[in-house]
Design a protein around this ligand. Structure first.
Ligand SMILES: *Cc1c(COP(=O)(O)O)cnc(C)c1O
Length: 234
């Protein structure tokens, strides 16, 4: 088995450096930001190596893969689901989750709230918005906030702690900036209309391609796969 620890440490240090520089440019604190390593394209061994060097927040985009990796890695890992969750997988997935970034329908929001109530547990969620207006993407459109607000207000058990978006993949990362800015504005807007229980402090935005711009625009969760794990699948 190849030992990827040194490569991972080096890549992590490089990413850290870029996060810190972006923070400095806009007067933010590094501590406000959580790096989620998205392990969807990598093996258990590589994911375990990440945990061993101190990365505790891991993300997956498919529930089945999240179940599998969660069963094999230490309990101390904070698991993030960043992709679509079907309602028939809610009961099995919710107990494993530290945070779901991708609540993309009112029915899923309601199903999660019911599950958390039924099991008398707690769950933090982010609502996913599709602000880049790509038809194939999931998430609410901006105009749907009028339906999202009452749906969140009627949740009795879970807590909405923020919003998530995925910017378009582009060579010119400056094109991502308006999308990140729009998510932050939308968050401020929603926050003023929701009960304070739903703190809405968090913004999950920024991936390998665009995380520095996301930090400059207020991201609190970065979801990074490729920049950390490229070429380490085997
Ligand atoms: C895969 C994935 C990521 C990580 O993307 P990279 O470009 O590899 O950093 C982030 N967010 C979501 C929702 C993903 O599916």
């Amino acid at each position: 088995m190849a030992d990827h620890t040194e490569i991972l440490k080096r890549r992590l240090a490089g990413i850290e450096e870029r996060i810190r520089s972006a923070c400095q440019r806009v007067g933010r604190h590094r501590e406000e930001i959580t790096l989620v390593a998205v392990t969807k394209s990598t093996t258990i061994e590589v994911a375990a190596a990440l945990v061993a060097i101190g990365v505790v927040d891991l993300g997956e985009n498919r529930p089945q893969e999240l179940w599998r990796k969660a069963g094999l890695l230490p309990q101390s890992v904070h698991w993030h689901l960043v992709g679509h969750l079907q309602r028939n997988k809610v009961a099995r997935t919710a107990p494993i989750l530290h945070l779901i970034h991708s609540v993309d329908s009112l029915r899923l929001l309601q199903a999660l709230d019911e599950e958390v109530g039924r099991t008398n547990t707690k769950l933090n969620v982010l609502i996913e918005f599709n602000l880049s207006r790509e038809a194939q993407k999931r998430g609410f459109r901006r105009h749907e906030t009028t339906q999202v607000i009452p749906a969140v207000q009627s949740c009795r058990h879970l807590t909405v702690i923020g919003l998530m978006t995925i910017a378009s993949l582009t060579d010119d990362v400056e094109k991502c900036r308006p999308v990140f800015r729009e998510l932050r504005q939308l968050r401020d807007d929603l926050r003023s209309q929701l009960d304070p229980q739903h703190s809405l402090k968090q913004l999950s935005m920024g991936m390998s391609n665009d995380f520095e711009v996301a930090v400059e625009e207020g991201a609190t969760f970065l979801r990074i796969g490729t920049a950390l794990l490229e070429g380490l699948q085997t």
